[in-house]
Design a protein around this ligand. Structure first.
Ligand code: AMP
Length: 343
């Protein structure tokens, strides 16, 4: 299988710009996937789509400090560089062996810059009032995830602007898993006149329904089983919409009822079948284009459909049984489902 040679790994901007300039002259079509590493099949699905639609693909691996608040998991964020390279090589080899579209396209570069390369002027601030050159998209970046994580979307928009300036891709690929992020990136591309197309790729899930995420490794075995309640709740609400229900309150209640039944009631009856407490941060129904809230008193417009998104806090296990469980931290998980338009 081999691995990528050094010419494919870019740590700084100028060598990548040289390569990109040549590609412009040669009329190549470039796709770009931005990641923070710890790659899983969800990331691979984005890369696969990028390989299918372009002649050349760039993937970035950069854990962006400006989207982590001081109390969040920047230092603990999983880093798996060698495995990441292997996975990328494997997906490229599988693509080359396929008879699908553009089977001769390839991963032309992996951009893995240092923090200093990405933030050349100041040490980046994780403080909302901190100085620096930032991109803000409001009100989109202040609601839902942005309400719980006030600097998050400023960090995402800022780093993606920089990455887009470096790679200058024809198409960029983002996951539906982070739905608000994908809507925000579309808005940013539109409002800043960035010459790229934004593709949004469906969420890859584990067989039991849990959305794949680099952060799932934090859960450990017992909490991992309980965490499935998140997708279960969202799927239950989607079933109701698919059966004809449009009332906002009824849809949201269907999701929160699953949490009540699976995550709260089980604990209260003394049997404690679940290993940990799972707390809802939000369950929100939103317009698919602009994430505007659909209130409980409103109905979904079936010609537009909707997004139901949720975030939960998974607490450490109640009775830790080993060191790993003793070391557990609070894990925040997000997920969403699309209610397809149907008229
Ligand atoms: P991250 O490395 O978590 O910043 O994610 C990089 C990209 O992969 C983002 O566009 C994510 O939305 C996307 N992604 C993460 N998890 C999934 C998943 N389970 N399915 C599809 N895309 C995903």
């Amino acid at each position: 299988m081999g691995t990528f040679d050094d010419a494919c790994i870019f740590r700084d901007v100028p060598p990548l710009r040289e390569v990109r300039k040549k590609m412009f002259r040669e009329g190549k079509e470039v796709g770009f996937v931005a990641t923070m590493g710890a790659l899983h099949d969800g990331h691979m699905s984005l890369v696969k789509h990028a390989l299918e639609e372009n002649t050349d693909v760039f993937v970035s691996i950069f854990v962006n400090p400006t989207q982590f608040a001081a109390h969040e998991d920047l230092d603990a964020y999983p880093q798996t560089w060698e495995e990441d390279l292997k996975k990328l090589k494997q997906i490229q080899d599988e693509h080359a062996a396929s008879s699908g579209p553009n089977s001769d396209s390839r991963i032309r570069g992996i951009f893995a810059p240092t923090v200093k390369v990405m933030y050349p002027t100041l040490p980046p601030s994780s403080d909302i009032a901190g100085n620096g050159s930032f991109v803000t998209i409001t009100p989109l970046g202040n609601q839902l995830e942005g309400a719980s994580r006030p600097i998050f979307f400023r960090g995402v928009a800022t780093v993606c602007t920089k990455l887009f300036n470096v790679i200058q891709a024809d198409r960029v690929y983002f996951g539906q898993k982070d739905v608000q992020q994908s809507v925000l990136i579309k808005r940013m591309v539109k409002d800043f006149l960035i010459p790229t197309k934004v593709r949004v790729i469906p969420t890859s899930r584990e067989p039991d329904g849990l959305a794949m995420s680099s952060r799932n490794v934090y859960l450990g075995e017992r909490r991992r089983k309980d965490a499935v309640v998140l997708s279960k709740a969202l799927f239950a609400a989607r079933d109701l919409y698919n059966a004809g229900e449009l009332r906002g309150a009824v849809i949201r209640n269907a999701a929160t009822e699953v949490f009540r039944r699976e995550a709260v009631a089980k604990r209260k009856d003394g049997k404690l079948e679940s290993s940990c407490q799972i707390e809802i941060d939000y369950v929100a129904l939103s317009d698919p284009e602009n994430m505007a809230m659909i209130r409980d008193s409103d109905k979904i417009d079936p010609s537009r459909g909707a997004i139901l998104s949720a975030a939960v806090y998974v607490q450490p296990v109640d009775g830790p049984k080993n060191q790993d469980e003793l070391d557990q931290r609070l894990v925040r998980l997000i997920d969403n489902v699309i209610f397809e338009p149907r008229e």
